[in-house]
Design a protein around this ligand. Structure first.
Ligand code: NDP
Length: 315
């Protein structure tokens, strides 16, 4: 059997959202010859987003997937080597850092930029697991179409829930928004849109007890925590929009993280506690979580990596 070869590179970027691609654009233009591993969701969270109206430079808005295609093409234009694979294992105990892809390919990288982002959180109900992709979804934009003309429920109270609830209301007969407190944390403008949508009913102080159905969603049992009253809503779709979890499991034990597993960066910079490892985007940001802030930190990570490599005499 041929011996597995080790690939030696200057700069590895893990993740393909706005942070990863922006880091790639800057790193490629700085002659770091970056290799970018996309992970299992190429393009990241924006590929499951509808209209992006707040990214500067797109006065008429843009669809999330198209925006990520533009980012990717810009990274390719400057020579980024993009690989549609997952990174499965890292060893940050010494430089150059060791990284293995899901096919067992071993890479030694002088600088590593982590841009793995975050993914959707779930309620944790057994019925939610059982009915996953059988009427339960964490992405209204991806799956809303399947519930055209039907009645659905969505849980959450942030901007995502508000945005997805109004999106679903355009497709569905009726949308029930389940809010666990007596107020929403979504921005005022998003809340106004929710309140103005005729076929969208907000259920305050409401928790989901069970999603009903065997092979598909048939209803949801909800409980009002003020009155203690339970009720069954007859719905065929159940959407979860309660926030996100950083995709950082891969780095556990190798790098400093906060209690929610967001990777810690030096304040105002992208340096982590590990020499030669940088972090950007939602993997380190639980506050802003915007495409434009992710892109901004992606740029910072590439500049920090470039200076690091230059200081070490590698470039
Ligand atoms: P958030 O963390 O802002 O909100 C999560 C919501 O889910 C909270 O309201 C929370 O309730 C609720 N929640 C959490 N766990 C449960 C549970 N077990 N049961 C019921 N409800 C639960 O996440 P988002 O994804 O909404 O937003 C993330 C970030 O992205 C925010 O900064 C947001 O502003 C931004 N964003 C911006 C958009 C835009 O500008 N177009 C679009 C989408 C997101 P509680 O309030 O009670 O804690």
């Amino acid at each position: 059997m041929p011996e597995k070869s080790v690939e030696k590179i200057k700069c590895l970027i893990i993740g393909s959202g706005p942070a990863g691609y922006t880091a790639a654009i800057y790193a490629a233009r700085a002659n770091l010859f970056p290799v970018l591993y996309t992970g299992k969701e190429p393009g990241g969270q924006l590929t499951i987003t509808n209209d992006v109206e707040n990214y500067p430079g797109y006065p008429d808005g843009i669809m999330g997937p198209q925006m990520m295609e533009d980012f990717k093409n810009q990274a390719i234009r400057f020579g980024t080597d993009i690989r549609y694979e997952l990174i499965e294992k890292v060893d940050f105990s010494a430089t150059p850092h060791k990284i293995w892809s899901e096919t067992g390919h071993e890479i030694h990288a002088d600088a590593v930029i982590i841009a793995t982002g975050a993914s959707a959180k779930w309620l944790g109900l057994e019925s939610e697991q059982k009915l996953m992709n059988k009427g339960v979804s964490a992405c209204a934009v991806c799956d809303g179409f399947f519930f055209k003309g039907q009645e659905v429920a969505i849980v959450g109270a942030g901007d995502t829930a508000a945005e997805e609830a109004t999106y679903l209301a355009k497709l569905c007969k009726k949308v029930h928004l389940l809010v666990r407190r007596n107020e929403m944390r979504a921005s005022k403008i998003m809340q106004e849109r929710v309140m103005k949508t005729a076929n969208l009913e907000v259920h305050w102080n409401t928790v989901t007890e069970e999603i009903l159905g065997e092979d598909g969603v048939e209803g949801v049992r909800i409980k009002n925590t003020e009155t203690g009253k339970t009720e069954i809503l007859t719905v065929t779709g159940f959407f979860v929009a309660i926030g996100h979890k950083p995709s950082t499991d891969l780095f556990e034990g190798w790098i400093d993280m906060d209690e929610n597993k967001y990777i810690k960066a030096l304040p105002g910079r992208t340096f982590t506690n590990v020499d030669g490892v940088f972090v950007c985007g939602d993997a380190q940001d639980h506050i802003y979580r915007q495409a434009v802030t992710a892109a901004g930190t992606g740029c910072m990570a590439a500049l920090d990596a470039e200076r690091y490599l230059s200081d070490k005499g590698i470039i």
